[in-house]
Design a protein around this ligand. Structure first.
Ligand code: 2KA
Ligand code: SF4
Ligand code: MG
Length: 204
């Protein structure tokens, strides 16, 4: 029986990146292949749901946008099946991924969040055209080089830096300093700021 490991399904507003404020149904999958120090998501507690159970649950919400997230959603074996069913039902489907798994090019919107700590593992990874890259800022001397590497390695429409929350504090100054450094001498201001606005607004 085809089952998905689901942490939670809820309706909210996209809190981050280009689509900030977009009403969406979030489907959060369990499990991750990484272990980031500042991870803010409990991806270890989940329930098993069939495709029918997921469709029934999301039909209760108003939104026709879906954000597939985790954990790391590409680890779900039956994700392509869910994707094709949701597409048949007319949903716009975005994915949030750490970028180390294979991303199905049929997603309507692809947001990758590559992790500085796992830099080496991105060297051999190829991905289709990405809509946005969003990197959480780590205050390490070669973090800037990591951003340049990612910009070269993955082709995205937009690039964002996002302040890291650690012990309730966001490293905003470090974030805009890196943005300043990376945009210096360019005329396109290619790298932009993304806040996790849902955390400030106290919504899911
Ligand atoms: N509002 C809201 N926006 C989000 N964008 C990405 C999220 C995530 O946890 O992947 C998230 C989330 O958890 N909440
Ligand atoms: S990749 Fe994302 S979900 Fe996985 S440990 Fe890192 S921050 Fe958490
Ligand atoms: Mg989150």
């Amino acid at each position: 029986m085809t089952k998905f490991n689901i942490v939670e399904i809820f309706e909210s507003l996209q809190g981050e990146g280009y689509n900030t404020g977009m009403p969406a149904i979030f489907i959060r999958f369990a499990g991750c292949n990484l272990n980031c120090q500042w991870c803010d998501t409990n991806f270890r507690q989940y329930t098993k749901m069939t495709l029918e159970m997921i469709l029934e649950k999301i039909a209760l919400f108003e939104s026709k946008n879906i954000i597939i997230t985790g954990g790391e959603p590409t680890l779900q074996k039956y994700l392509p099946l869910l994707l094709s069913q949701l597409k048949k039902n007319g949903y716009f489907i975005a994915i949030e991924s750490n970028g180390l798994g294979k991303i199905d090019p049929h997603f309507d919107y692809i947001a990758l969040s590559p992790k500085f700590c796992y830099w080496n593992r991105y060297q051999t990874i190829q991905q289709p055209q990405i809509d946005e890259i969003r990197i959480v800022v780590e205050e390490k001397s070669d973090f800037y080089d990591f951003c340049l590497f990612i910009e070269k390695h993955f082709h995205a429409k937009r690039y964002y830096l996002s302040p890291c929350e650690l012990d309730g504090q966001f490293n905003i100054l470090a974030t805009i300093q890196i943005l300043g450094r990376i945009n210096q001498g360019r005329t396109d201001n290619k790298w932009l700021l993304s806040f996790q606005t849902h955390k400030f607004a106290n919504i899911d």
